[in-house]
Structures are given as C-alpha cells and as structure tokens.
Design a protein around this ligand. Structure first.
Ligand code: NDP
Ligand SMILES: CC(C)CCC[C@@H](C)[C@H]1CC=C2C3=C(CC[C@@]21C)[C@@]1(C)CC[C@H](O)C(C)(C)[C@@H]1CC3
Length: 547
C-alpha cells in the first residue's frame, strides 16, 4: 500500500484547482483506494486532491512581521476566500484582498444597468449593504399565535387523517370516532416505539461511513457528522427480512397505528421539552437566531439551540435522517404488508407498489446525498424545537405514508396507460429535483470544477456566486418544483374516489411555497442587493409566469 505524506488533522498548503495559488488547508481524511486526500479550506470549501497538489507548510516562505507569522495572519484576515499565495511578496492586507477577489470572479454576469458602470469590483463582506445583522430576530409562522395554533392543531389533524384513511367511507365529513383512552394509548406500544428509536439511535452511532462537515457555525467551527443513513436503512431492511422469515408479524404496527402515532407524539413532546430546557442554559454561540423572540411559546415551537448534542449524538440530524426518513419507508412497507393481508392479495396492488417505489426512491436519493442535508435550512439555520421534533418523529413517518395507508382499505383499479402516465410524471419531477439539487450542491462544493464550467452565475458581495443557468436560471427554486411534481404523482395512484389521499400534495405544495419565503429571507439577509439582482434575472420562484 503506498504510504501517505499527510495525516488527518495536519495543516498543509493545497493548490486551488486550475490556478497556481496555494491556500492553507486541513487534511480531513485519505482514501487509499483513490489515493485522494479530502481537505478543508479556510473558507469552508472541501475538496478531494491528489498528493502532488498538497505541500507541507514548511515548503513556503513564512515571513515574520511584528512577531506574528504572516501566513497564519493572512488566513485569518480572509475567511471568505482562500488567500495565501505561495512564495509571494508580503503586501498590505488590502492589496492582497483585491488580488484574491479578482481571482474569485471567474464568471461574472451583470444586469445591463451594472455593465454601464464598467466592470464591477467585489466589495468585501463588511462593506456589503442591505445585509441584516445575524442577531436581527425574525418572527416566522405567525409568531406565538401561529406557533400555538400549529402545536394545538397538528396532532389532532394527524389522528383525523389516520382515522379517515382506515374508514371504508373516507369522505372528509364522515368523522365519528368512538375512541376511548385505550384506543389512543397503550404502554406496550410505547415500549415498542421506544425500542425502535433506540435501534435507530444505535444505527446512528455506528462508526461506519465517512465523516462530513456541516456549515461553518458562528464560532467558526464546523460540526462533524457521520454519514451512515443508507447503511442504517439497509440494516433495518435486513432486520425486517429476518423478522418476516421468523414469521413475526409486523402487522402489529398497522393494527396499533393510532397508538404508535400517540407514542411518537408523546416522545416528540418530551424531546421538545428537553431541548427547550437545555437551550435556556446553552451558550450564546450555540443558539440559532431563528427562534429568538422572547416569547416562550414561539421559542418552544421554533427551537433555540441550533445543534443540540448529547455527547457525539446529534439530535437534529438523527431525527431528520434516521427517524423521519427510515420511519417513513418502514411505515410504507408495513402498509404494503397490511394491504396484502386485508385484501388477501398474493402480491401488492400496482398502486401500492408505485407509492412504495416512488417514496423509497426519494428517501434513497436523500440518504445517498446525506451530506447535502447538512446545508438545508433546517440543519444549518433553524433551532431544534417542536416543529422539527414533531415534524420528524411524527409527521413524516405517519403523514407522509398516508397514501399507502389509504390503499390498504381502498383498492384502486388503474389502467396500464394511467400507470405509465403516473410513472412519467414522477420521473419528470424526479429529474428536475435531482438535477437541480445535484447541480447546486456540486457548485457550492467546488465552483471551479471544470465539469461545471458551462454554468453561468452572478458574483455576490458575500463571496459565493449564485447560479443563473440550467434549472437555476429557469426558476429560483427548481428543486421545490420537482418535489411538488413528485408529490402529486405520489397521490395519483390512489385514484379519484376521495380527496383524502391528496392531502400530501396540498401539504407539500403549501410547505414549499412557505419555505420559499423563509429561504429567500435568509438569502436576502445574506446577499443583500445581489439577491435582488438575482430575482430580476430569474423572476419566478417555482413556476414560470405563475409564481
Ligand atoms: N419533502 C419535504 O417535506 C421537504 C423536502 N425538502 C427538500 O429538501 C431539499 C433542501 O431544501 P432547502 O434546504 O429548503 O432548500 P435548497 O436546497 O434550495 O437550499 C436553499 C439554499 O440554496 C442556495 N441557493 C439558492 N439559490 C441559489 C442559486 N441560484 N445558486 C446557488 N445557490 C443557491 C442558498 O444557500 P447559500 O447561497 O447560502 O449556499 C439557499 O439558502 C429540497 O430539495 C427540498 O425540495 C425540504 C423541506 C421539506
Ligand atoms: C407545524 C408542523 C409541526 C410543521 C411540520 C413541518 C415538517 C413536516 C417539516 C419541517 C422540515 C422538514 C424537513 C423534512 C421533512 C418535513 C419537515 C420535518 C425533510 C426530512 C424531508 C427530506 C429532505 O431531504 C430533508 C432536507 C432531509 C428535509 C429536512 C426538513
């Protein structure tokens, strides 16, 4: 096996691809099979580089000025862009900064009005105008009243939806539940649910899978995350196969679905209370600005601590990846078994197969690109509170599997042509969703990647560029467009007898339209006027000429 020159954690100098500039990096890991080092630049960019692209710090002339070494000091001065050029003459920081910024603006596209003023120079971050300071509290979801209403209405809505799906007549008004306390609560079920969460927690802790870094936090650090969601899903799949082989019926979950949903709700409340209490004593740098308001109800809902951890155990990442996504796929599979049982089928119905396959594909995609979840609004910006605890522990596993639950008792006759049309619609949505997400993530990871050189983008005073071509030039949130198209494609296999299974389509459309305003608020805060310019260049949010 070839020996490696650098060890994990070493500080070295790496050549920025396509240039002759060297910047300080930290060695994150080494893959012997590809012989590539994973390195982290000071601005947060991570890249995989060959050994001959990395040099030892000692190979560079490090000059002393006022007793401080210049290499280290310059690196600190320019957090936004990699900054150190090998063997160069010492310059004043301002001059140096300009050099780096010039280097950064490879692909510049300006509005016509800008062009009149000649080539635009970058301005450094502190000079950028119209950017709100991070501490500025923004109240979302209708503030305390909206938060209280959401918290009071979501759990009953969940039970209503689950109950209606199990009714033969699933019309919305046919709601006459004859529930007793024991219909909603069963301690044994709670025990099983706690065991399920424990199993997922153990899988989350498995020391297998690569380590990825989250976004840079206010304290300058980046958290480390183990990427093992796909492995966890695979192991759960094996467990399900073993249980089925041992003839241990998983239909218990279907028979006690209300109680499982109640157990999940209770656990999510306990978790919300726990993170709320610990956020009261968390240090300022661990808090998110999202839940900042001074109102306890609002803070409980939005969450205050950005990344609550118990030791190495990251509660937010665990709940989004393991509990929500794996729980969703697991519940779908239970419904598939229940359908075969209730309708005495040898194989699941085509509609059930479609719903399961489409949603499995979606989850596999999310887990395959698990690293990208780390930059999503929820992980990177929002605090961890009731919204994410209930959303991930309860809403995703139990509501996102509603179409499959509906199909258990509502067989649907569907023609081959209709099936083909639904598959085509889902594929269309998936292609947009996948291409848009992959493009943006690849561009964010390495904007200088030669494979992306065909893309156009606009520079921003913040430093990073905004894509304006491909799907990102079509609308401002093409990934949401793909997601929404897929959402409706997942409802169509349920036929048109009732509106109930279309709940997911309506919900996700509403969620993502609302999310547009949340994400855009963040972007406007971060990019200031450059975001407005981007909005002029790409005027529609999700659907051209409509929204
Ligand atoms: N099924 C469900 O319930 C849900 C699904 N999702 C899905 O999860 C995924 C992640 O969602 P989310 O985090 O909300 O949103 P995005 O993945 O779209 O991330 C938004 C960020 O992308 C960057 N960005 C925006 N425009 C551009 C551009 N033109 N060029 C380059 N970067 C740009 C900005 O970050 P910066 O510039 O700082 O890098 C912005 O804050 C989406 O595919 C969404 O559909 C999300 C929520 C719920
Ligand atoms: C008022 C209610 C309690 C609000 C519920 C909102 C939740 C349903 C959503 C909030 C953010 C979510 C995310 C996902 C699912 C929906 C919720 C929980 C997500 C897990 C879906 C899959 C994506 O790939 C993702 C980026 C991992 C999502 C993270 C956010």
């Amino acid at each position: 096996m070839p020996s490696r020159r650098f060890n994990n954690g070493d500080t070295a100098m790496a050549r920025w691809p396509g240039s002759s500039l060297y910047f300080e990096v930290q060695i994150v890991s080494y893959d012997p099979s590809t012989q590539l080092y994973s390195v982290l630049f000071k601005d947060g960019t991570d890249m995989e580089l060959k050994e001959n692209e990395i040099k030892k710090l000692q190979d560079f002339a490090v000059e002393k000025r006022n007793g401080e070494d210049v290499v280290a000091r310059r690196a600190l001065l320019h957090e936004q862009s990699p900054v150190i050029q090998a063997e160069e003459k010492v310059e004043e920081p301002q001059a140096k900064n300009e050099k780096v910024l010039r280097y950064s603006k490879r692909k510049e596209y300006f509005l016509e009005s800008d062009n009149k003023e000649g080539p635009k120079e970058f301005i450094s971050k502190p000079e950028a105008t119209n950017i709100l300071p991070d501490e500025y509290p923004v109240v979302e979801f209708g503030g305390a009243i909206g938060a209280a209403l959401s918290m009071l209405s979501m759990p009953p809505l969940l039970y209503y939806l689950v109950y209606m799906c199990t009714q033969e007549d699933a019309s919305l008004c046919n709601f006459y539940p004859h529930w007793t306390f024991s219909d909603l609560w069963d301690s044994t079920v709670f025990g099983y649910f706690a065991l399920w969460i424990l199993l997922l927690a153990l899988l989350h802790l498995l020391p297998i899978g690569k380590i990825a870094h989250g976004v840079r936090l206010a304290n300058g650090k980046r958290l480390r995350y183990r990427i093992n969601g796909l492995l966890a899903l695979f192991l759960v799949g094996i467990l399900v196969a073993v249980l089925s082989y041992q003839r241990i019926s998983l239909l218990y979950v279907y028979d006690h679905l209300h109680q499982f949903a109640a157990s999940a709700t209770l656990l999510s409340l306990m978790l919300s209370a726990y993170v709320f209490i610990r956020s009261r004593t968390a240090s300022q740098e661990d808090l998110s600005t999202a839940g900042k308001s001074g109102n306890l109800i609002y803070t409980f809902f939005m969450g205050r601590e950005l990344n609550p951890h118990i030791g190495k155990f990251d509660l937010k990442h665990f709940s989004a990846v393991h509990v929500a996504l794996i729980g969703w796929v697991f519940n779908n599979f239970i419904m598939l078994l229940a359908e075969m049982n209730v309708q005495q089928l040898e194989i699941p119905s085509p509609s059930m197969i479609l719903v399961n396959a489409f949603q499995l594909l979606y989850v596999l995609h999310a887990l395959w690109h698990q690293e990208n979840i780390l930059t999503s609004l929820d992980i990177a910006h929002d605090g961890f509170g009731f919204m994410l605890a209930f959303g991930n522990l309860v809403w995703v596993p139990f509501v996102y599997s509603l179409q499959a639950l509906y199909l258990v008792k509502h067989p649907v006759e569907i023609s081959q042509a209709a099936l083909a049309a639904i598959v085509a619609l889902n594929t269309f949505g998936y292609v947009i969703f996948r291409r848009a997400n992959n493009l943006k993530n690849a561009f964010r990871k390495n904007p200088e990647d030669p494979r992306l050189s065909y893309l156009n983008s606009i520079p921003t005073s913040y430093g990073s560029q905004l894509l304006i071509s491909g799907w990102w030039g079509f609308v401002r949130h093409p990934n949401y467009l793909g997601d929404i198209i897929m959402a409706w494609a997942w409802c169509l296999p349920c036929g048109f007898d009732y509106i109930l299974p279309y709940f997911y389509g309506f919900f996700l459309t509403g969620l993502l339209i609302h999310r547009v305003s949340r994400v855009e608020h963040q972007c406007r805060r971060k990019y200031g006027h450059d975001w407005d310019k981007y909005c002029k260049l790409v005027p529609y949010r999700i659907v051209p000429y409509v929204y």
